[in-house]
Design a protein around this ligand. Sequence first.
Ligand SMILES: NC(=O)c1ccc[n+]([C@@H]2O[C@H](COP(=O)([O-])OP(=O)(O)OC[C@H]3O[C@@H](n4cnc5c(N)ncnc54)[C@H](OP(=O)(O)O)[C@@H]3O)[C@@H](O)[C@H]2O)c1
Length: 281
Amino acid sequence: MTILITGARGTIARSLIRQLVAAGHEVRAATRSPAPLAGLAHLPSGVDVTRVDFSAPATFASVLDGVRAVFLYAERDGLGEFLRHARTAGVEHAVLLSAASADASSADPLASMHGKAEEEVAASDLAWTFLRPGGFATNTLQWAGTIRSHGTVRDPFPDARSAPVHEADIASVALHALTGPGHRGAVHLLTGPEVLTRRRQAELIGEVVGRTVAFEIQDLDEHRRDLARWGPPEIAEALVRNAAEAVHAPVPVSPAVEQITGHPARTFATWATDHAADFAG
Ligand SMILES: NC(=O)c1ccc[n+]([C@@H]2O[C@H](COP(=O)([O-])OP(=O)(O)OC[C@H]3O[C@@H](n4cnc5c(N)ncnc54)[C@H](OP(=O)(O)O)[C@@H]3O)[C@@H](O)[C@H]2O)c1
């Protein structure tokens, strides 16, 4: 059985491909941009890499040949058409990377984007599993440049809290959902094992790389300009609103990573150690 991993340049997709190959599964990696394999340099050798673009149905046929399960990002453009082709080609199960906030009726563009992607997958006649992670540990990579150059983090929300989840744990849950029994129709809330403020995450990165990391309160407009790289202004605004709410809102810590994978969810200190090279200047 071939497992198709779409969005193969993504951080979670790459971890998932490595874990599936190590476990002996047959994997096909699909990306919008296989040539010149940008971002795919760290895939295990021998992985079948191919092009799929959800807005170009001509790219679907060869990619779906022999596939029984597929991993998807919540990329909605063309998703419905891709799912129809997948069903016709004999795909049985889709595992969707959604988000803890997923809610198709929400006014928040991120919550609504993930909720609508879930609705589309649920309407597809494929069996499905929804992975709903909270905040990613990788979000702190946006601090890497200033930590390397000045030993500082600039952010308006030092007290915003999350339970940052390691990409390898999300990928590990995805592996179990794609290859094991009991995940069809399941919704898995995924978090790291501990609730940490942004200030504490910065301190932990400093401890791992062996330097003091100062936390500077960034001006909100400057922060909005920094967030522009993630998408249109309404996305930046949603990220600001979510961070402001995360100062006081309760943060659930989910046992799902350990329950599903059999190992405790990786701590943020472990994540920072795994990514120390990104922060060392
Ligand atoms: N950040 C959070 O806290 C958070 C929380 C909950 C849910 N999520 C979900 O998780 C997703 C992010 O997952 P991730 O970290 O694995 O994704 P990522 O590394 O940001 O990659 C996402 C997608 O972007 C494309 N991509 C990757 N590198 C690229 C590059 N250099 N140039 C152009 N396109 C590139 C890839 O698709 P192709 O290979 O097809 O180009 C990939 O599927 C979010 O989009 C959201 O849906 C995030």
